[in-house]
Design a binder for this molecule. Structure first.
Ligand SMILES: C[S@@+](CC[C@H](N)C(=O)[O-])C[C@H]1O[C@@H](n2cnc3c(N)ncnc32)[C@H](O)[C@@H]1O
Length: 270
């Protein structure tokens, strides 16, 4: 039996559309789960999965990796805090406009809440404060439910220092909870950037910043291009698209953006 039969089984079992996920990534997950149950033969593993629903579900879930954490890649948050937000916020004050940010593929919300913490620090020094409109979306229903609940596992807080922990989180029964002052900054919603019509959410087309990190790298290049073209339509002129340090702008999309001076993974809309 070939790997293709396993791909088909996994895709048929997911409630999400995994058609664009790279075969190489699915293969890595298959090998990992094969190792766990000690069945190296594809055919035998296929038969095993039909009986072992727990392993099958674990494999299906792993194909939509939702690993995240607060202040993941701290360099980005430094750049935003010290190089991007000061200029952008003065411009917004001058033009009396809200600051609009969209975090796509936000998983359980850690990235959006990290940004909200930084923005809370900056905006609380400005009087009168400028309005902040922050949308955070993900394909995964479970991830968005967790994001809305604002409860955080300790592992996702390894990059958060003690002062921030005390200031912005409460601790109860082994879990941390983000305080409502930060929670209230972000609106969470389910949304698929490859199939935006699937949900009734209307996405504005004038974001100053769109963040889409560690999601595109799981997709084939054609899907990456499709997603980036879509995100491009939702930015204002010169608005920023931020990818992760592991992702590159597909060649096909380079006419749409120019590289920013701050980092190789920050792009400005042409
Ligand atoms: C590895 S997590 C990255 C989370 C966060 N951006 C970060 O960098 O820490 C990838 C997330 O992308 C989401 N995702 C994958 N495909 C998506 C799509 N087509 N539309 C929206 N979200 C998607 C997954 O559900 C998952 O939560």
């Amino acid at each position: 039996m070939s790997l293709n039969a396993l791909f088909q089984l996994i895709r048929s079992q997911s409630k999400y559309d995994l058609t664009g996920i790279r075969d190489a990534y699915l293969t890595t997950q298959i090998h990992y789960h094969q190792q766990k149950v000690g069945i190296p033969d594809y055919g035998a593993f296929y038969e095993h999965l039909l009986k072992d629903t727990q392993t099958l579900q674990s494999l299906v879930a792993a194909c939509l990796n939702n690993a995240t954490r607060f202040f993941r890649n701290p360099q980005l948050f430094d750049i935003l805090q010290n190089q991007v937000f000061p200029g952008l916020i003065s411009q917004k004050i001058q033009n009396q406009q809200p600051l609009k940010i969209w975090v796509t593929a936000c998983s359980t919300g850690d990235e959006a809440y990290s940004l909200a913490i930084i923005l809370h620090k900056i905006l609380s020094t400005i009087s009168p404060p400028i309005p902040l409109e922050m949308l955070a979306t993900d394909l995964s229903i479970e991830a968005i439910q967790a994001a809305k609940a604002g409860s955080v596992i300790s592992n996702n807080l390894i990059d958060v220092d003690q002062t921030l922990l005390k200031e912005y989180f409460t601790y109860k029964d082994g879990r941390y909870y983000i305080k409502s002052i930060i929670k209230d900054y972000v609106k969470f919603n389910i949304h698929d950037f490859l199939n935006p019509q699937a949900h009734s959410l209307t996405i504005p087309s004038d974001f100053d910043i769109i963040i889409c990190r560690n999601a595109l790298l799981y997709y084939e290049v054609e899907r990456q291009v499709q997603a980036i073209q879509y995100l491009h339509q939702h930015l204002i002129a010169n608005g920023l698209l931020i990818l992760s340090e592991f992702e590159v702008m597909p060649m096909h999309c380079t006419p749409l953006f120019q590289k920013s001076a701050q980092a190789a993974y920050i792009f400005s809309k042409k």
